[in-house]
Structure formats: structure tokens, C-alpha cells
Design a protein. Structure first.
Length: 616
């Protein structure tokens, strides 16, 4: 490593997991041993069946694909790696001929860590061993799916690895030897104990063992050193609160979701309200190959639309890997929603700042960016069409035209930005840049009242989209007020719900005489089932009507099913069956989307029953 390149490489590698767990001295020694290499697009870097890798490759720029070539000339895509990710660890750990082929998907710049240095780090550091062992398991799982039995890894065969990954619990990946201290402990004493244990955090607990805060290296820098606070101050004054906790029985997916939702890197694990462990995004990064929390932070740090578009690809990689590893439909949909909401909010902030900077000014009145349809129900899959609208504050008639034109121009920029981030425009133009769906609070209330008083096919169709609304970005309580008005209008016109119920019966389950599947008879999707229209829509529509009948403001279908079951509108057994059906079809649909994307095709909602196994 040259002296001129060393600082730049060091700054980059210290942010890459698990190198971010090394001491400054160990990190410097590792970087000094590295080389810099360039690989043009399409170059095979590691040949399947070839000699073991001689380096761990750390991607500085570009991307690479890990694949399994097939006899027919095709290849099975195992994984994709991008900036800040690594490859070559499988071959290095196995010490045998390469199991996979690694090819540069685009021009690639990598930092190369020699094999002997890598193996020493794995031997000395549990964080390295755990991180790369899970990476090996992930690739072997893909191998077992695509080419029969996988070679063993640490005594686990392919099936055992798959089961351990899909069913991973927090107890399996958490650190059990957690450093704790009492609230009165001084900052100096706490920092010394953290240094001696070489950890970046400690849990602050009461005498009973109940956690009340967490102290991290970041807290010491930003709340003590930056403000010249006395090292004799108690940790109670500088610790981070509140503490976010899970139990050892929670799934690893739930930990991922909790970290993403709360924007934290650590969760405290408790039993009977006592600390028994801690889990960090570093621990989970080994399971997923990337960290959802890191992606969330990347979104927050974005400074322009171009960077946001690039982050979108990181989101895709995380979601695709998580979905491949398994997990429940509610958890996966919640994580997709979390990413999409954060991306949308960041885009709104960027467009507002851009307009202000270019002389367009700030929003003239408070507004709400409203999500509709599947986005409003928090049921988006990898990529679904946009369905959005704007509610802005009531204004005098003389100001209406100017203010509405501002929001329409603003909305067009946001809709265009979402499209660039991979969310196609709605073919029915149900978007905030449509003047019909950019209205004041009073106009929206009048629109809902007009629809309910005139239940025609067009208004019933719009109701199925717009009545599943929620606010993504809100500067006022317009959403709560609109929910209240909707409930009031429906109570005053029960006939509308009858029409909605009748309308919901048009999309029936695809079962014909003798319970045979009814498939498409002709066209592009001949002999296929429409998972969305024939599988999910009947459940979504029925749950919507019954939830509105109860006056509920809940929009999520699974939550609605639980609500109407508790209310006695359907029997518990039927409610459980419907939730299971909805979850299964959702995951099957996601699987179809992943398969299409891996083959470079546009995802759709159609499946051939012949491609399903007996259980499916």
C-alpha cells in the first residue's frame, strides 16, 4: 500500500463490516497489507472449480455477481455484492477449489487483503469468524437450492444451514457477556471498562438488572468530549434513552425491523426485565450480508436525488437477501414499508430544499403527503406503482390558484423522483401531480362525501384506492380529521357499504367446477393465475368493507382481519385461515418478483400452477 493511498483506503475500510470492530492498530496493519486492483466489466475474477482465492476482495466501487454456472450455459445467480461488501471469503475459509464464480457486473475497484492476513483475523476475532461463517452458510444455502446437496460447513449440511437461517432467533446471534454499569458510575470509569473489554457500548442498569439506558462510543464523543463535560459526571447524564429491547425468543427478522424502525445500532435482550444479552447490526449483518440499519442511515445522509437513486440499489440488495432467507409476510412487508417511507420522506425534503434554493420558495401552507392503495395499507412488495396524493391547508379563494399550482409543481418533481427510484407512475394517474388529487382539507372531505352519496362504479373503484389512506409526511392533523369525516359519512349512508360489498364480490377466488383452478384463457399470461387480482384482492376488499363497517381507521389487511375477528364478524378459525392465506400468497408473489428480477425480466403477478409444488 502506497503512502499516498493509505489514508484514503484506511478511511474506507474502517466503515466496512466486520473491519469496523478492529482496534486502530489492527486496522492499520490490515490496510498496510492490502493491494488495490481494477477489474473491467464482465471479467471473471474467481473461476468456479479453480484454485482457492488468494485474497479477500473488498469492493470500493462497482459491483460483482456471485453465480453458479449451469451445464446448459445458463447460470444460477447466488448473490450480488456492491460498495462496502466483500467476496472471496468462501474460498478462503474452505481452502478448496472455488465453489462459485465471481464476475464484475460493472467496472470494479477492489482492495485486496492477502489470504494469510484474513485467516489470522478470523482466528483471532469472534466477530470476523461469525460474520464470514454466516456468509459461507448463505452461499451454501443457495448452492443446495440450485445444484443438489451442498458441501458441509462446520458440521451442517445444506438443509441444516437453510433451517438455521430461516428460523434464526435472537438467542442464536446475540452477545451474552454484556458489559453493564449502574447509573452512578462515572464516565471515566465506564470508558475505562469499555476500553479494557474492547467493546463500543455498555448497558446502564438499575440494581435489579433492569436496563434504563445504553452508553456508546458515540455518546462519549458527542456528549462528553465535544462539550468538555467532566469525566467524573455520572453516565446517567449522558446515556442514550430509551432502551429498545427484545427477548431471546424473538426472530432475527424482528431485530432487523426494530433497528430500522428506531434507527439504532444496538438492541438490549432481556428476560424477566433483566439484561441477558445484546445484539447489534454487526451481528445481523452476518446473517443478511448487509445491514438494514446501515441503509437507513445512508438514506438519512443523502444530499441529492442522484445519491438517493443509488441508495435504492442498496435497498434492493438488502430486501432481496432478506426475502431469500425467509421470514413472515408481516415482518417483510413492514421492512419494505419502512424503507419506502424513509426514501419518500427524504425525497420530499430534497425537493423542498431544491425549490427554496432555486427561488421557488418553501411550501406556502402546511401539507400532508398521503399514501394510497397498497402503499397506504403498508403492503407494497419490491416495486409497485405509485398511488399518492396531497392534502394542503384550507386557503381563501383568491390564494387558491397560486398555492395549488405550487403544490402541483412540487408534486411533479416528487413523482418524477419516485419514478427514478424505481416506483413506476400509476397508469390511472392516481398521483399527487394530478389536480384531482391535490386538494385542500375541505375539498378532500367534500370529495369523500360526494363519492359516498353517489355510489357509482367509478366512485366505488376510487374508494378501494383512496379509503386505504395514511400520511407518510404530515405537517398537520389532516389525516386524523379526514378519518373522522369518513367515519361520519359512512354512518350516515350505510347503503354505500352495501355497494362496496357487492363490488368486492366481482373478484372471486380462481376456483371452478370440481375445485379446479380457473386460469387465464388467452394472451400473454395464458394458463396462469393472477396472484394479486384473484388471490389477494378478494381478501383485501372484504377486510376493507368489514373494517369500515366497524368504523376502524386501520388500513393494513392483516390488522383488519384481526380486528374483524375480535369483533365477531368472522369466526376465529376463518380469520386465522384468511391471515395465513394472505401471508402465503404475499410471499409467493414476492418470490415471483425475485425470480423475475434475477432473470432480468419485469416482475408481474402471474404464476403457472404447474410450477407450484404439491404443498404450495
Amino acid at each position: 500500500m502506497t503512502e499516498t493511498a493509505f489514508p484514503r483506503v484506511l478511511d474506507f475500510v474502517r466503515k466496512v463490516a466486520p473491519f469496523d470492530t478492529l482496534t486502530p492498530e489492527e486496522l492499520s496493519a490490515a490496510v498496510e497489507a492490502m493491494e488495490i486492483a481494477y477489474f473491467p466489466r464482465g471479467q471473471v475474477i474467481i473461476e468456479m472449480g479453480g484454485e482457492p482465492a488468494q485474497f479477500l476482495y473488498i469492493i470500493q466501487a462497482g459491483s460483482a455477481k456471485v453465480s453458479l454456472p449451469q451445464k446448459d450455459g445458463q447460470e444460477l445467480l447466488v448473490d450480488q455484492r456492491g460498495e462496502g461488501e466483500v467476496f472471496g471469503a468462501v474460498s478462503l475459509l474452505q481452502g478448496s477449489r472455488a465453489l462459485f464464480q465471481v464476475t464484475s457486473r460493472e467496472d470494479l475497484i477492489c482492495y485486496l487483503l492477502p489470504a494469510e492476513v484474513f485467516r489470522e483475523l478470523v482466528a483471532r476475532h469472534e466477530s470476523f469468524e461469525r460474520h464470514f461463517r454466516f456468509g459461507l452458510a448463505r452461499n451454501l444455502q443457495a448452492l443446495s437450492r440450485g445444484a443438489g446437496p451442498a458441501p458441509s460447513a462446520g458440521g451442517l449440511d445444506g438443509a441444516g444451514l437453510e433451517a438455521s437461517l430461516v428460523q434464526s432467533r435472537v438467542a442464536e446471534v446475540m452477545a451474552r457477556d454484556v458489559l453493564t454499569c449502574l447509573p452512578a458510575t462515572t464516565v471515566k470509569a465506564a470508558a475505562h471498562r469499555m476500553m479494557m473489554r474492547q467493546v463500543g457500548s455498555m448497558v446502564v442498569v438499575e440494581e435489579s438488572g433492569h436496563p434504563i439506558g445504553i452508553l456508546t462510543d458515540t455518546d462519549l464523543r458527542s456528549r462528553v468530549l465535544a462539550f468538555g463535560r467532566s469525566p467524573d459526571s455520572p453516565v446517567l447524564e449522558i446515556m442514550s434513552q430509551p432502551v429498545h429491547t427484545l427477548t431471546p425468543d424473538n426472530h432475527a427478522f424482528e431485530a432487523l425491523l426494530a433497528m430500522s424502525t428506531h434507527g439504532v445500532h444496538h438492541l438490549v435482550i432481556t428476560e424477566a426485565e433483566r439484561v441477558v444479552g445484546m445484539i447489534s447490526d454487526h451481528d445481523l449483518r452476518g446473517l443478511t450480508g448487509s445491514s438494514p440499519v446501515t441503509v437507513v442511515r445512508d438514506i438519512e445522509k443523502v444530499a441529492n436525488l442522484e445519491d438517493l437513486v443509488r441508495v435504492r440499489h442498496k435497498i434492493d440488495r438488502v430486501l432481496e437477501m432478506l426475502l431469500k432467507l425467509g421470514g413472515s409476510a408481516p415482518t417483510m412487508l413492514a421492512l419494505v414499508t419502512e424503507f419506502n417511507d424513509r426514501l419518500t420522506i427524504k425525497l420530499l425534503e430534497l425537493i423542498e430544499a431544491e425549490l427554496e434554493h432555486t427561488g421557488g420558495g418553501r411550501p406556502p401552507v402546511p401539507y400532508v403527503w398521503m399514501a394510497l392503495g397498497s402503499e397506504g395499507r403498508r403492503e407494497q412488495t419490491l416495486r409497485t406503482d405509485q398511488d399518492n396524493a396531497i392534502i394542503f391547508a384550507n386557503v381563501p379563494p383568491e390564494r387558491m390558484e397560486g398555492i395549488k399550482n405550487w403544490f402541483l409543481g412540487f408534486a411533479e418533481r416528487v413523482v418524477d423522483g419516485l419514478e427514478r427510484c424505481g416506483f413506476p407512475r400509476c397508469q390511472g394517474e392516481v398521483m399527487a401531480n394530478n389536480p384531482n388529487w391535490c386538494q385542500t382539507e375541505q375539498q378532500w372531505q367534500q370529495t369523500f362525501l360526494r363519492w359516498i352519496g353517489n355510489p357509482e362504479p367509478a366512485t366505488l373503484r376510487l374508494a378501494t384506492i383512496f379509503f386505504d389512506f395514511r400520511g407518510i409526511y404530515a405537517e398537520a392533523d389532516f389525516i386524523e380529521n379526514l378519518h373522522g369525516k369518513l367515519k361520519e359519512y359512512l354512518e350516515g349512508n350505510r347503503l354505500f357499504l352495501r355497494y362496496m360489498a357487492k363490488n368486492a364480490l366481482y373478484n372471486r377466488p380462481p376456483l371452478g367446477f370440481l375445485r379446479q383452478f380457473v386460469v387465464e384463457k388467452s394472451g400473454e399470461h395464458k394458463n396462469k393465475l393472477n396472484l394479486k387480482l384473484s388471490g389477494l384482492t378478494p381478501i383485501v376488499d372484504a377486510a376493507r368493507v368489514m373494517a369500515l363497517d366497524l368504523g376502524s381507521t386501520e388500513t393494513n389487511t392483516l390488522e383488519r382481519l384481526q380486528l374483524i375477528t375480535r369483533a365477531g364478524l368472522i369466526k376465529p378459525a376463518m380469520g386465522a385461515d384468511l391471515r395465513e392465506a394472505f401471508s402465503f400468497i404475499t410471499l409467493l408473489r414476492i418470490g415471483q418478483h425475485l425470480k423475475a428480477r434475477a432473470q432480468g425480466e419485469m416482475p408481474d403477478n402471474f404464476v403457472d400452477p404447474a410450477d407450484l409444488n404439491n404443498l404450495q
